[in-house]
Design a protein around this ligand. Structure first.
Ligand code: I3P
Length: 109
């Protein structure tokens, strides 16, 4: 599955709240491939290698949990992703249908 997603980093690997200055929203072109959610700056081009930045932003969704962010009301279509290494991300999809589809796909990995 692919598509544009806004991302906000909410908690880091130690489970602690991500510090101010690193909590802003950024838009990425997301590609869910196997157990990895790649977050790329630009649209995916099969002939183009992933940049170092792209690799740093990639998230393992193995044993991760995606769920609608019921406690986040500032933006619509936001879901939460809790990873196996205790990180927490918020992702904003482009529609409710897209949000549901991302949640389903991530949880079925
Ligand atoms: C954050 C940025 C986010 C905001 C977050 C800020 O600042 O303004 O948009 O989240 O608030 O800390 P920075 O870019 O300097 O990290 P919202 O858009 O959800 O308000 P937060 O710390 O209350 O999460």
């Amino acid at each position: 599955k692919t598509g544009f997603l806004g991302r906000k980093i909410h908690a880091d690997m130690d489970g602690k709240k991500t510090p101010r200055g690193k909590r802003g929203w950024k838009t990425f072109y997301a590609v869910l491939k196997g157990m990895i959610l790649y977050l790329q700056k630009d649209e995916y081009k099969p002939e183009k290698a992933l940049s170092e930045e792209d690799l740093k932003n990639a998230i393992s969704v193995h044993h991760a949990l995606a769920l609608k962010a019921m406690d986040y009301e500032k933006k619509p279509n936001v879901f939460k992703l809790k990873t196996a290494d205790w990180r927490v991300f918020l992702f904003q999809a482009q529609s409710p249908e897209e949000m549901d589809s991302w949640i389903r796909k991530i949880n079925s990995v």
